[in-house]
Design a protein around this ligand. Structure first.
Ligand SMILES: Cc1cc2nc3c(=O)[nH]c(=O)nc-3n(C[C@H](O)[C@H](O)[C@H](O)COP(=O)(O)OP(=O)(O)OC[C@H]3O[C@@H](n4cnc5c(N)ncnc54)[C@H](O)[C@@H]3O)c2cc1C
Length: 464
C-alpha cells in the first residue's frame, strides 16, 4: 500500500482480470503507468480461462493460462464494492477493507447469466449453465447423472458439449429460439468470424455423435421434483417464446442447467454515477460510453462484456484499444494511429458477428408467461410473480418502484439476477425498458463482510 494506511495510490485501477482487464492493464503498464489490477477470483483470466480440467476447443480462448502482465500489481481474491468520496474505490481482500485513489478507474467486470424463471427453478439440481461450466472447469466433474440443458444461446451447446467430454450424460438440449430464413441469413454473416463459426460447428458435431437431441423452439413448462429435480416438462414455443398449444413432453433428469443469455455487469459503473442505457440489441442495461470507452463520469472507463456482451476476443481487443487511449491521455504521449485503426477494424468485424448472434437468439416477450403466480421471480427476497403482478396492477411501471413495492432486486445480488426478469414482465405489459428509468444501484454493489467493516476504521454505512 502507498498513500496512507489502507489506501493504494497510483495511476490506474482496473477491476476485473478477464481478457478485457488484462489487456487494459498490460497496455497501461507498458507505457509506464502504475497499474493495480484486482479480481475477486484467485487467478487472472476471467470466465473464459477458468479451467483446470476441461479441454478447450480451438478458438475459444488462449491456449496457455493467462498471467499477470509485466509491471502490473495484481491483487486476487479482492472485491470492489463501489466508489465513495469521489474517486476512491472501496475494496475487500478477505476481511481487510481498503481503498484506492487513482487518476482513472477501468471497470472490466464482465457479464452475468440471465435466467428466466419457470415453475420449479428453485429446486436443488437447477443451476445456471455457466455455473455448471465453472464447476466443471474447477473440479473436472458434475455431481449429476442425467442433465437437461435449456434456455437460449450458444452457451447451451458449449456447455452440453463440455459435459459430454467430462463423461456426463446429457439427456437433451432445449433451445427456445427456432431460427427462420432471415435469422439464418444473418447468421451466415458470422463468416466474418470463421474461428467462432468453427467452434459452434465443433460443439454441434460432438452433440450429434453423442446422440444428444437438440430441440429448437422448445422451452421448459415446469421443472419437477420433491426436494430435488427428478424431471422436466418441455413444450413447443411460438416465435415470441409463448407456449404453443401442443402436448408437453416429459424428460427424466436429475439436473437442469438454465441460461437465457447474458446481461452486462453495469452495476459498478452505475453506482459510480455513470449514465446507464438500455441496449435493445443485446437486451441488457449497459453504461453509456464515448469512442474512448469513457463513461459519462470522465475518470471511469468500461470495457469488455460489462459494457456490451461480445465474447472474449472482442473483450481483449477493446481492452487493448482502451488501454492505449487511456495511457495516451494520462502520459500525454499519443498512441500509434495505425494500430488504433487496425484494432477498430477488427472490432467492427466482430460486432457484425455479434449482431447476427443477437438477432438469432433474441429473447421473446412470451417468456413473461412462463412463471406461475407462486413462482419466485427474485430469489434473494423470495418475491413471487403474483406480488409483481399485483404491483403492476396498481400502476407500478418501473424497476425502482417494483423494488419498493415487492423488495424484488433489494437482496444481496442487487438485482443482477432478477432485473432482466422484471424488465421482461414490465415489457410484456407495454413498459419498454428503453423508455424506463434504469435500475438504481447503491453502494455497496456486493455484500461487505461484517468482519471487514469491524476491522476498518473507515466510517461506512452511508449510501449514495
Ligand atoms: C458464465 C459464463 C460462461 C461463458 N462461457 C463461455 C464459453 O464457454 N465460451 C466462450 O467463448 N465464451 C464464454 N463466455 C463469454 C466469455 O467468457 C466472455 O465474453 C469474456 O470472458 C468477456 O471478458 P471480460 O474481460 O469482459 O469479462 P470476464 O472474463 O467475465 O472477466 C470479468 C472479471 O471481473 C471479475 N469481477 C466482476 N465483478 C467484480 C468485482 N465487483 N470486484 C472484483 N472482481 C470482479 C470477475 O471475477 C471476472 O474474473 C462465458 C461467459 C460467462 C459469464
Amino acid at each position: 500500500m502507498n498513500g496512507g494506511a489502507g489506501t493504494w495510490s497510483g495511476d490506474v485501477l482496473v477491476v476485473g482480470a478477464g481478457p478485457a482487464g488484462l489487456a487494459v492493464a498490460a497496455e497501461c503498464a507498458r507505457r509506464g503507468l502504475t497499474v493495480l489490477l484486482v479480481d475477486e477470483n484467485q487467478r487472472p483470466g476471467g470466465q473464459i480461462t477458468r479451467r483446470r480440467f476441461l479441454d478447450r476447443p480451438s478458438g475459444s480462448g488462449p491456449d496457455v493460462e493467462p498471467s499477470v502482465p509485466e509491471g502490473v500489481s495484481f491483487r486476487s481474491g479482492t472485491v470492489c464494492h463501489g466508489f465513495r468520496d469521489g474517486r476512491q474505490a472501496v475494496l475487500t481482500s478477505g476481511h481487510e477493507l481498503w481503498r484506492t485513489r487513482t487518476r482513472a478507474v477501468v471497470i472490466a467486470t464482465g457479464a452475468a447469466e440471465k435466467v428466466l424463471p419457470v415453475p420449479g427453478w428453485t429446486l436443488p439440481g437447477v443451476m445456471t449453465a455457466g455455473a455448471a461450466q465453472t464447476f466443471l472447469k474447477g473440479s473436472g466433474f458434475l455431481p449429476y447423472r442425467r442433465v437437461l440443458v435449456a434456455g437460449s444461446g450458444p452457451l447451451l451447446l458449449a456447455v452440453a458439449s463440455q459435459l459430454i467430454s467430462a463423461g456426463v450424460r446429457v439427456v437433451g438440449v432445449a433451445e427456445a429460439t427456432r431460427p427462420g430464413a432471415r435469422q439464418w441469413r444473418d447468421a451466415l454473416r458470422t463468416l466474418a468470424a470463421p474461428g467462432l463459426l468453427a467452434q459452434g460447428a465443433g460443439y454441434t458435431v460432438r452433440l450429434a455423435r453423442a446422440g444428444v437431441r437438440v430441440r429448437t423452439g422448445t422451452g421448459i413448462a415446469r421443472i419437477e421434483g420433491d426436494g430435488r429435480v427428478t424431471g422436466a416438462r418441455l413444450r413447443r414455443l411460438r416465435r415470441d417464446w409463448s407456449f404453443a398449444g401442443t402436448p408437453e413432453e416429459h424428460v427424466a433428469c436429475d439436473a437442469v442447467l438454465l441460461s437465457h443469455g447474458f446481461s452486462s455487469a453495469a452495476d459498478l459503473a452505475a453506482q459510480g454515477g455513470a449514465d446507464i442505457e438500455w441496449d435493445a440489441q443485446r437486451q441488457t442495461w449497459r453504461p453509456v460510453r464515448d469512442v474512448g470507452f469513457r463513461t459519462s463520469v470522465p475518470w471511469i472507463r468500461a470495457v469488455g462484456d460489462c459494457a456490451g456482451v461480445g465474447g472474449a476476443q472482442r473483450a481483449e481487443l477493446e481492452g487493448r484499444l482502451a488501454g492505449m487511449l487511456l495511457a495516451a491521455e494520462l502520459t500525454g504521449r499519443p498512441a500509434g494511429s495505425g494500430r488504433i485503426r487496425s484494432l477498430r477494424r477488427r472490432l467492427d468485424r466482430l460486432e457484425t458477428f455479434r449482431r447476427g448472434m443477437d438477432r438469432l437468439f433474441r429473447p421473446g416477450l412470451g417468456a413473461a408467461s412462463w412463471p406461475e403466480p407462486e413462482t419466485q421471480v427474485c430469489r434473494c427476497q423470495e418475491s413471487t410473480r403474483a406480488e409483481v403482478d399485483r404491483a403492476m396492477d396498481n400502476g407500478v411501471a418501473d424497476l425502482h418502484a417494483l423494488k419498493l413495492w415487492t423488495r424484488a432486486g433489494m437482496g444481496p445480488c442487487q438485482g443482477r439476477i432478477c432485473a432482466p426478469v422484471l424488465s421482461t414482465l414490465l415489457a410484456a405489459r407495454g413498459h419498454e425498458p428503453a423508455r424506463l428509468p434504469p435500475p438504481s444501484i447503491r453502494y455497496p454493489v456486493r455484500p461487505l463482510p461484517i468482519a471487514a467493516l469491524c476491522r476498518s476504521a473507515a466510517p461506512e454505512g452511508g449510501q449514495r
